[in-house]
Write a protein that binds this ligand. Structure first.
Ligand SMILES: O=C(O)[C@@H](CO)OP(=O)(O)O
Length: 230
């Protein structure tokens, strides 16, 4: 049986992961530890002889830079980087920029857990005039202001991640490309939920660590078999 592999990696630690702030579509840089995690991820791929020749990342700097560091470490800067906003982190609405522990103190553990890990509940929406609203950013020109996310549940995130999977990923896999995807905690949770048909409650228990390569295996018909962390 010819097993096909797709590598999934959550970006390395960001400066806001370190500060424990809701991040979402806010465009923050990697922390020093995040850069080291990206080098470590590249070395893990090399040690395990997991190769790739095509790459996808979200439109957010923390994912793009993680991918660049991986490519540089592996001497593979020739690899095409295909960036797609549909791989962006779940939009955290009006919670973006706020500290997670402070929100627990203000609203209680249960409510914050629902915002962070329930499948259907969306965070409060961000307003267009909020300085952290990224709807006017030129990189998102093709989304259009009317369709621009203002706060997404995991369910809504899954919808666009699945569009990416069907429209971009599968066609490239069928062209026999060996693919690496660098994305985010919740966009990857949404993808893993879809691929594994994981139920709404079980998926709330999956936390994907930063900078840890996941290998997802597919059969000759491109159907998911299993995944494992390196
Ligand atoms: O803040 C965010 O964007 C995400 C990932 O860091 O947080 P959480 O794990 O709480 O969904």
């Amino acid at each position: 049986m010819s097993v096909k592999k797709v590598i999934l990696i959550r970006h390395g630690q960001s400066k806001w992961n370190l500060l424990n702030k809701f991040t979402g579509w806010n465009d923050v840089e990697l922390s020093d530890l995040g850069k080291k995690e990206a080098v470590k991820a590249a070395n893990l791929l090399k040690m395990n002889k997991i190769n790739f020749n095509y790459s996808f990342s979200s439109m957010l700097t923390r994912s793009i830079h993680t991918l660049w560091i991986i490519l540089k470490t592996l001497n593979k800067t020739w690899v095409t980087v295909d960036k797609d906003w549909k791989l962006n982190e779940r939009h955290y609405g009006a919670l973006q920029g706020l500290n997670k522990d402070e929100m627990v103190k203000k609203y209680g553990e249960e409510k914050v857990h629902k915002w962070r890990r329930s499948y259907k509940i969306s965070p409060p929406k961000i307003k267009n005039f909020n300085s952290l609203f990224s709807g006017y950013d030129e990189r998102y020109e093709n989304i259009g202001l009317n369709n621009f996310p203002k706060g997404e549940s995991l369910e809504l995130t899954e919808k666009r991640v699945v569009e990416f999977w069907k429209e971009k990923l599968l066609p490239h896999m069928k062209l026999q490309k060996k693919i690496i995807i660098v994305a985010h905690g919740n966009s990857l949770r949404a993808l893993i939920k879809y691929l594994g048909n994981i139920d709404d409650v079980l998926i709330s228990r999956l936390d994907i660590p930063t900078g840890s390569p996941i290998v997802y295996e597919f059969n000759k018909n491109y159907l998911p078999i299993r995944y494992y962390f390196l």
